[in-house]
Design a protein around this ligand. Structure first.
Ligand code: ATP
Length: 231
């Protein structure tokens, strides 16, 4: 149903200077669904998220937010409920966990009700948190308040399995319980598909495959061999 589409790429091409990174992407994120964006290193996953978030302007095509073409930069899209979590941990290490949460666009209480485990860490400088805890702070901040779309780049990078479950589970819950549209970039294909409803496979800057997560799961060996292992 088109009325559910929160964020979409329509013939979207993105370049770094004159170097094309992704070309002619068509993808959609609907309310209440988790969508995985998969692909080998350098396939263009991060670039795609940056284009959708408003960090990188289109070379061709456009991004649609709630059905309307948008050229707004990141901070304006953020005000309309688009939250972007980059690959880099984005806590400020010298500030406490609480102050890091206060820097987010949504209320701290909301972040804490989503991640009660942060209560015990509120006074601690974020630089002294574990990598997983830092990522929980980042995600708590992103999911607090009036969020419509979550664009999450490699939430699980370098983290222990339990934390990964927690992060991806929270993204799943945001979709299922609050109707958030989630687009996840994830290196681990099986994990991505386990938590997703649908998925797109990027290969050398183009979408080569898309479909329901369970269907792609059934073909994962073949997909990995063709598209995910090496470029
Ligand atoms: P990874 O899993 O390694 O992060 P990715 O699928 O996210 O890979 P991108 O980081 O989006 O891929 O990169 C897509 C292409 O754009 C690659 O060829 C990459 O070298 C190139 N690229 C990425 N960032 C830049 C940049 N800042 N300047 C120039 N080229 C870039």
């Amino acid at each position: 149903d088109q009325t559910d589409v929160l964020l979409a790429a329509r013939g979207l091409s993105l370049s770094y200077g004159t170097v094309p990174a992704v070309s002619q992407l068509d993808l959609e994120v609907r309310a209440g669904e988790v969508v995985a964006l998969m692909g080998a290193n350098g396939a263009g996953k991060s670039t795609t998220l940056m284009g959708l978030a408003g960090l990188l302007g289109p070379a061709e095509g456009h991004v649609e937010l709630m059905g309307e073409p948008t050229t707004e930069p990141l901070h304006r899209r953020a005000r309309r409920g688009v939250r972007y979590v980059s690959e880099e941990r984005s806590v400020i290490r010298s500030l406490s966990t609480l102050d890091n949460l206060r820097l987010g666009p949504g209320p701290v209480d909301d972040a804490l009700s989503l991640f009660p485990e942060l209560e015990a860490l509120l006074d601690r400088p974020a630089g002294l948190l574990s990598g997983g805890e830092q990522q929980i702070v980042t995600l708590a901040r992103a999911l607090a308040g009036d969020v419509r779309v979550l664009l999450a780049d490699e939430l699980s990078l370098g983290l222990a399995p339990l934390i990964v479950q927690r992060l991806l589970g929270a993204a799943r819950d945001a979709a299922a319980q609050r109707g958030v549209g989630v687009l996840l970039v994830e290196q681990h294909a099986h994990l991505a598909l386990k938590h997703a409803d649908r998925a797109y496979v990027l290969h050398r800057g183009q979408i080569v495959l898309s479909g329901p997560a369970d269907e792609l799961s059934d073909r994962l060996d073949e997909i990995e061999a063709s598209y995910l292992h090496g470029a």
